[in-house]
Design a protein around this ligand. Structure first.
Ligand SMILES: Cc1cc2nc3c(=O)[nH]c(=O)nc-3n(C[C@H](O)[C@H](O)[C@H](O)COP(=O)(O)OP(=O)(O)OC[C@H]3O[C@@H](n4cnc5c(N)ncnc54)[C@H](O)[C@@H]3O)c2cc1C
Length: 447
């Protein structure tokens, strides 16, 4: 009965799931959760509420993982996730945000000026028409690629070899598709190009920082920071986890290591992960999206706009800019470097990155370099981050849809898996990661 009850419980919140498990006969079990990102915290919170002894091991000296609000400039700046994508229709992150009264700001995708390579604004009607053509192109890419292992780039080349030389197509593919998925078009699967799902509603972001939603998930949890897990050993009766400095034992463990860490083999599993799981780890893609935040003493852009696009014809590593001043009192911009651009950007020094972005701003906003000295700059490098090694997962040319399911499957009722890469429908998002944590906790409680 209990098993049935848990399976049918509404799985969209820690509270609902934990309540369903309160009478658990096995509430004395101990668990270790590896990783204090949102998936790990959500899983740990459910298990704790169900009466288990839970320890969270986190490699960094902060929680949140890819939810990372930097406050070093005196302003909350999200260098990882920014938006609740599709905040309506029961998105559990909205519920979390509302539960703590977090301030939310609705971003308006239509408040955008897209510029050509020389920095001339492109006419809105032309952009509208090209937007429709772009959507048709993606539908054509998917239709034409069923049962094929083409990348999006291959598929477009087959439709028209010249299309990929068109600066506006390049811009749309980079600022929309590669941004959404995190993967470069040369590796993104054409057949799965539009097959992930989204909640409805216009995206919202957190003017005071995304990390606010972590607070309710940490309540009462034992989280050990600076614990870099090195190995995970399954025994007949327990899991033994070794970090650089300590050894931990528990009945079960939930592994929320990012896909980039699993791919790199940074953590040794004993016995080794079974072949299907390792194959899925190899086949699912892990992309790169980076951010450069620049704060100025005054705005020199049209501050009524939400976004600026730059169709540079692949001359710049930055295609998309967010006007931070729309939701914050400070004159600041956030530049995005996406896909292969995001990877190339990481190989450049802070000084080069700053120069690159300032050159874009000079081109778009017709200002001289001496007029735009940034007061502060923050740069993300998610691919080089040794506790993530990338930004978020995507369906690559090699990926099969069942790979996401395989990534989520428990091993021997002892090792459980969560993280955005284990949620096929909402992969690559905060809500996907959160729901994956609830699912893994449910799996534990169902053993
Ligand atoms: C630049 C960027 C922008 C994004 N924008 C959005 C957005 O706007 N909206 C959205 O919904 N999603 C966005 N995402 C995706 C979203 O942030 C992630 O999907 C989500 O936060 C992942 O949560 P997670 O718990 O799966 O993984 P993580 O948050 O990465 O948590 C895993 C944890 O494991 C820890 N860890 C790693 N190695 C070890 C080890 N050896 N030992 C112990 N601990 C370890 C890590 O430090 C980390 O804390 C963005 C991501 C990035 C990088």
């Amino acid at each position: 009965m209990r098993r049935q009850f848990i399976q049918t419980a509404l799985l969209s919140s820690v509270g609902a799931l934990a309540a369903a498990c309160q009478t658990s006969a096995k509430a004395t079990k101990s668990a270790i959760v590896i990783g204090a990102g949102i998936s790990g915290l959500a899983a740990a919170q459910v298990l704790k509420k169900a009466g288990m002894t839970v320890t969270v091991l986190e490699a960094r000296n902060r929680i949140g993982g890819r939810i990372w609000t930097d406050r070093s400039t005196g302003t909350p700046v999200d260098l990882g996730a920014s938006w609740i994508h599709g905040p309506d229709g029961g998105n559990p992150v909205t519920t979390l945000a509302q539960s703590i009264g977090a301030k939310l700001f609705k971003t308006d995708d239509d408040r955008i000026i897209v510029y050509d390579r020389q920095g001339n604004p492109i006419d809105d009607r032309l952009m509208e028409r090209r937007g429709q053509e772009y959507r048709k192109l993606l539908a054509q890419v998917q239709r034409g690629s069923e049962n094929k292992l083409d990348s999006v780039a291959d598929s477009i080349r087959k439709i028209d070899h010249n299309l990929l030389n068109d600066p506006l197509i390049q811009y749309q593919l980079n600022a929309y598709l590669e941004f959404d998925t995190g993967g470069p078009i040369e590796d993104l699967s054409a057949r799965y190009v539009t097959n992930d799902e989204a909640f409805p509603g216009k995206d919202v972001l957190f003017p005071d920082g995304y990390d606010a939603i972590l607070k309710p998930l940490t309540q009462g949890l034992t989280i050990q920071m600076n614990q870099v897990v090195q190995s995970v050993n399954q025994d007949f009766s327990e899991v033994i986890i070794k970090t650089k400095t300590q050894e931990f034992n528990a009945d079960v463990a939930i592994v929320t290591l990012p896909l980039g860490i699993l791919k790199a083999g940074d953590v040794i599993f004993s016995p080794p992960l079974p072949e299907p799981k390792q194959t899925a780890i190899n086949r699912v893609g892990f992309g790169t999206v980076n951010k450069v935040f620049l704060k100025f003493d005054r705005p020199f852009w049209d501050f009524t706009m939400q976004y600026f696009g730059y169709a540079s014809g692949n001359q710049s590593l930055y295609s998309y800019l967010l006007n931070v001043q729309k939701f914050s009192s400070i004159p600041a911009l956030m530049a995005f470097s996406i896909g292969q651009n995001g990877q190339a950007m990481e190989r450049r020094s802070d000084e080069q990155i700053t120069t690159d972005v300032l050159e874009v701003l000079q081109t778009l906003f017709k200002v001289r370099s001496d007029e735009i000295t940034p007061q502060s700059i923050l740069i993300s490098r998610w691919m080089r981050d040794r506790f993530t090694r990338g930004s978020y997962s995507y369906a690559s040319v090699q990926t099969r849809m069942e790979d996401f399911e395989v990534l989520s499957q428990p091993l021997n009722d002892r090792l459980f898996f969560a993280g955005e890469h284990t949620h096929s429908t909402y992969r690559g998002t905060v809500h996907g990661a959160y729901l994956s944590g609830l699912r893994a906790a449910k799996d534990v409680l169902n053993t």
